[in-house]
Design a protein. Structure first.
Length: 315
């Protein structure tokens, strides 16, 4: 399969339950409305959104040679994602999270980092990277096996093959992480963390300041997601804020990945940046109304209809 878009990075199986108001004492129990398993992580979650939006997509990373990995691979295949370049690592568990979803949509996480940390530069399928039209690096900050210059090598090879590129991170962000990311940013067309991550990376107090710093470090454009506050796009010649859709939030898991998927899909359609923001915004809002990172999005036409018909929050 020749994939138009390749996502490379974190692969996680989420176990979600809603709604969790408290953890019972001792061996007590509570009844929940719903429990689901969902493919997640900044590479896998974005891949699902891209496939639902009609792109051919291959995802690249590592899972364990375990039952959790079987479930994650099967779920991705079910959405049409090519997983032939996901390597199985024996003796290491698949990365997984337990997410007790609160009534307001917040999602504290209990996480086992697992196989993501042992994916190495030797595992990278270079012909696939070099033939992609777009490469999205998602959560490579959690993949220590790539080494300090792994992201640079991958992005450079993709760029040399003619791909556009985007990148997101998985961790909370820190100045130490920024020193690792800096060499990669000149090879990134669109850097797409959330605003808190960006401020943590750059030690700034506002999204606007953080975006400008990231541009100075070489990113072609910066898109910061801000939850209910919408998103902020900054390039060398424009700054655009877009409000979030006015919706009732069920679960915010995977909303950033969905935004990335919508934005990338619009890029592949040749849309200008503001319209890319709008499709990303709509994809994130759809996911927020269901449980799990694979909820909400049906297809491209439905997402465009939602984008056009659903009002935005007033400022």
């Amino acid at each position: 399969m020749n994939a138009e878009v390749v996502t490379l990075g974190a692969h996680v199986l989420d176990i979600l339950g809603r709604f969790v108001t408290h953890i019972p004492e001792g061996q007590g129990s509570v009844l929940l409305d719903e429990i689901r398993l969902a493919p997640a992580g900044s590479a896998a979650g974005t891949a699902v959104g891209l496939a639902k939006l009609g792109l051919s997509v291959a995802t690249v990373g590592a899972v364990g040679d375990d039952a959790l990995g079987d479930v994650l691979i099967r779920a991705l295949n079910g959405y049409g994602v090519d997983t032939s370049h996901v390597v199985r690592k024996p003796g290491v568990q698949t990365s997984a999270s337990i997410l007790p979803i609160r009534p307001n949509g917040d999602r504290p996480a209990l996480h086992a980092i697992g196989a993501n940390t042992v994916y190495s530069i030797d595992d990278v399928p270079w012909p696939l990277i070099e033939s992609a039209s777009h490469l999205h690096l998602g959560g490579t900050d959690s993949m220590r096996g790539l080494g300090r210059d792994g992201a640079v090598q991958i992005l450079r090879r993709a760029r040399d093959g003619g791909a556009t590129t985007s990148m997101d991170i998985l961790s909370e962000g820190s100045p130490k992480l920024l020193t690792i990311l800096k060499p990669a940013l000149p090879f990134v067309d669109w850097f797409m963390p959330n605003a808190d991550q960006a401020c943590n990376l750059t030690e700034t107090s506002t999204p606007e300041q953080a975006a400008m710093q990231l541009l100075l470090f070489g990113a072609g454009g910066v898109v910061l997601t801000m939850g209910g506050g919408g998103s902020l796009l900054t390039t060398s010649h424009e700054r655009v804020h877009l409000a979030a859709h006015d919706i009732s939030v069920v679960d915010t898991s995977g909303c950033g990945d969905a935004y990335c998927a919508g934005f990338i899909r619009a890029l592949r359609l040749g849309w200008p940046p503001l319209e890319c923001m709008k499709l990303g915004n709509a994809a994130a809002a759809l996911v927020a109304q269901g449980l799990g990172s694979d909820a909400g999005i049906r297809d491209l036409d439905d997402t465009i209809r939602f984008m056009r018909e659903t009002p935005l929050r007033s400022s």
